[in-house]
Design a protein around this ligand. Structure first.
Ligand code: SF4
Ligand code: SF4
Length: 248
């Protein structure tokens, strides 16, 4: 439980810092920077997300993401599990279109390639003038609406432009047999009380995954550990997979 308090505190503080860090997560600024051949802050943040997910899966989403903090606040209003299925695929369409835009803009861009981590920020701060708050509240609204309408972490499931980096990164990590953090179920210990389902911030059917022994393959799991901490029988655990066990 202490772990979940720390986790919630981390994403809440991250949410409070969102006006400062927003440009470092911006899908738009990276395109603008690409047109000038500048490797900006969000470029480095997305690369870090991708590489770290090969080893840590979607830990960013569970422990550090400001949007995750916002959505877990929204879950106080609508706590039903967001529907899974085709809607989860929308984020991959968004991501693919966006990546194509970044690459094409870079190819058509001008100037020598340079690095400017603080590109378009004011001394490192993203939202430093009143006009940028219009964008800030627009993004907040964009993230809140799917969650308020559909349920727990709706924007993570449906529209997050960052999640595919980590889904692809963790899939590559598994393919390469890299040591990788996972949540693993043990159906022998499970008594099907479904307490794990009730606490999962992503609204996943954790109990069904435990019965099918597929927790470690779930691309929507954000490795938050809420199910690990809630299970009365220790039927869900964190585990680091090494080598070929990864693909079982
Ligand atoms: S909380 Fe534990 S015992 Fe209960 S359904 Fe989930 S995995 Fe099974
Ligand atoms: S399955 Fe467990 S670790 Fe994964 S998101 Fe749900 S509660 Fe968190």
């Amino acid at each position: 439980m202490t772990r979940q308090k720390i986790r919630r505190a981390l994403i809440f503080f991250s949410l409070l810092a969102f006006p400062i860090i927003m440009w470092y997560l911006s899908p738009v600024l990276i395109i603008q920077a690409a047109s000038e051949h500048i490797m900006n802050g969000s470029f480095f943040v997305f690369v870090t997300m991708f590489i770290s997910s090969m080893f840590l899966g979607r830990v960013w989403c569970g422990y550090l993401c400001p949007a995750g903090g916002l959505m877990e606040c929204c879950a106080q209003i609508n706590e039903k599990p967001a529907k899974q299925g085709w809607r989860d695929k929308i984020k991959y369409v968004i991501w693919t279109t966006w990546m194509l835009a970044v690459v094409i803009t870079f190819i058509l861009g001008k100037n020598d390639v340079t690095i400017d981590f603080f590109y378009m920020t004011d001394h490192g701060i993203s939202i430093a003038d009143i006009y940028n708050y219009v964008i800030y509240y627009g993004v907040i609204l964009l993230l809140m609406v799917p969650t308020l309408i559909h349920g727990r972490r709706g924007a993570c499931h449906y529209i997050c432009w960052m999640a595919p980096f980590m889904v692809i990164g963790s899939t590559i990590g598994r393919f390469l047999h890299l040591p990788q953090l996972h949540v693993e179920g043990d159906r022998e210990k499970c008594i099907s009380c479904k307490r794990c389902n009730r606490v999962c911030p992503m609204g996943l059917d954790v109990e069904a995954m435990v019965q099918a022994q597929t927790n470690h393959k779930c691309t929507e799991c954000i490795q938050c550990g809420a199910c690990v901490d809630e299970c009365p029988k220790g039927a869900v655990k964190y585990r680091v997979f090494w080598g070929k066990q990864n693909n079982k």
